[in-house]
Design a protein around this ligand. Structure first.
Ligand code: LLP
Length: 422
């Protein structure tokens, strides 16, 4: 079978597995991923860049499940991490230090120590403070730390929500464009650092090319300038992530257009391109399976109350993000309803005023395109155990994360207190 989510004889399947079989085995709510779809996306992107030296470093934050990481590792991916915790996961999944680039605006000394001990490919440095700290950590370890400077290209980003823009003037991310030549010189002057790359990431779900092309042109101009200033060790150009996927009816990212643009803009630079896609690789591979608990009407409004809430899938409430919702066994009847979770917040919804299947209590729904930033943003709010995760590969499936238990919720807590005095 083709990997993916399709209705066969009126029942939604993931690859060859009927969704109700998964719900029976793992309960609900449960995230379900198609391994085949993840591989397909990886291979599409890899093939689009085949004619130039490139490395795909999967952005772990999108979906940090170990089985997903291992699958991408087997495909030949590296990782883009943003914390010591993600480095730990990467190791657990079989990545080695050289497979890792380390991004993030607020790295701690301990995390930099861990990264250098692991021998990461490079650290994407986002401020002068971080540069000095990294130099000190490298000195303590007796190593030379490979550095890429994350540039804020300061372009207007065109995507659906302010919270997922990172490359505009004044954003907390990256080094302000005009400061980069000076910070590059400073990097070269620090004895325990080596400047090996420049980096950018302007945001997610990039829906038109102009801002991306403009940002890349500015990054390339800086590369030329910094090299002319004497930086001879630059070998990597990290062009970020942000490739868009289809949530509703948006046009999907045109991977060949993306690759052609990047290859053209970087022609002759003698660099290895580094890509940091997250969502593109995993979003469409995932659904959140949830059961309808109740139906109700209030103030003329129709409600579908599900057992998945904002703690399981934050995107609708946090970004007003749209996720398609499909009935696992469509009734054929439609209704316009708010699909809401059990969490005690008015902002807890999966969909508002949605024309959706008239699903009765007990019915299963699939919240689509939730393979990225679904489980990885889940919380225990309302003391709700986080959902299970299932990986499907053709005609077999495995529970790759057990549903949390109540004991897990209080594991780190102490009711009998071990008081200390100053
Ligand atoms: N590289 C860096 C430095 C990043 O900060 C991110 C995402 C990525 C790569 C991957 O971006 P992607 O290809 O997945 O768009 N939670 C939000 C998205 C926040 C992304 C943060 N950084 C969401 O649910 O839409």
């Amino acid at each position: 079978v083709e990997p993916g989510f399709v209705h066969v004889d009126g029942v939604l399947h993931c690859d060859a597995i009927p969704a109700p079989v998964i719900a029976e085995a793992a309960g609900t709510p449960t995230y379900v991923y198609s391994a085949g779809l993840i591989r397909q996306q990886y291979r599409r992107l890899d093939a689009a860049f085949a004619r130039v030296p490139h490395r795909i470093h999967y952005s772990v934050k999108a979906n940090s499940n170990l089985a997903v990481l291992r699958l991408l590792q087997a495909e030949g991916a590296g990782v883009d991490i943003v914390s010591g915790g993600e480095l730990y996961r990467a190791h657990e999944a079989g990545f080695t230090g050289g497979d890792v680039v380390f991004s993030g605006v607020g790295k701690r000394a301990r995390e930099l120590h861990e990264a250098l001990a692991a021998g990461v490919l490079f650290v994407n440095v986002e401020s002068e403070g971080e540069l000095l700290l990294l130099d000190q950590v490298a000195r303590e370890r007796g190593v030379i730390a490979p550095v890429a400077l994350r540039v804020n290209p300061e372009v207007a980003v065109d995507n659906p929500h302010e919270y997922i823009r990172t490359g505009e003037k004044g954003h907390k991310f990256g080094i302000p464009f005009d400061d980069v030549p000076r910070v590059a010189r400073e990097t070269r002057d620090l004895p325990n650092l080596k400047l090996v790359g420049l980096d950018m990431h302007i945001g997610s779900q990039i829906s038109s090319w102009e801002p991306y092309d403009a940002a890349l042109a500015r990054l390339v101009a800086l590369l030329v300038r910094v090299r002319a200033d004497g930086a001879q060790d630059i070998r990597y150009l990290d062009v970020g992530g942000g490739l868009a996927v289809t949530y509703d009816e948006e046009a999907p990212a045109d991977v060949s257009r993306f690759a052609a643009g990047v290859i053209e803009a970087t022609r002759g630079l003698d660099v290895t391109l580094v890509l940091e896609p997250g969502r593109f690789l995993v979003a469409e591979s995932g659904i959140l399976l949830t059961e309808v608990l109740f139906r109700k009407r209030s103030g003329g409004k129709e409600y579908v109350i599900t057992d998945a809430g904002m703690n399981d899938l934050l995107r609708p409430s946090h970004y007003e993000a749209f996720h398609r919702i499909d009935a696992v066994k469509p009734t054929g009847e439609r209704v316009v309803a708010d699909v809401v979770g059990p969490v005690c917040e008015s902002g807890d919804f999966l969909a508002l005023d949605r024309d959706t299947d008239d699903a009765p209590p007990g019915a299963l729904l699939a919240v689509r395109t939730t393979g990225a930033y679904g489980f990885s943003m889940a919380s225990n709010y309302n003391s709700r155990p986080r959902p299970a995760e299932v990986l499907v590969d053709g005609d077999r499936f495995a529970i790759v994360t057990e549903r949390e238990r109540y004991e897990d919720l209080v594991r780190q807590e102490r009711a009998s207190l071990d008081w200390r005095v100053a």
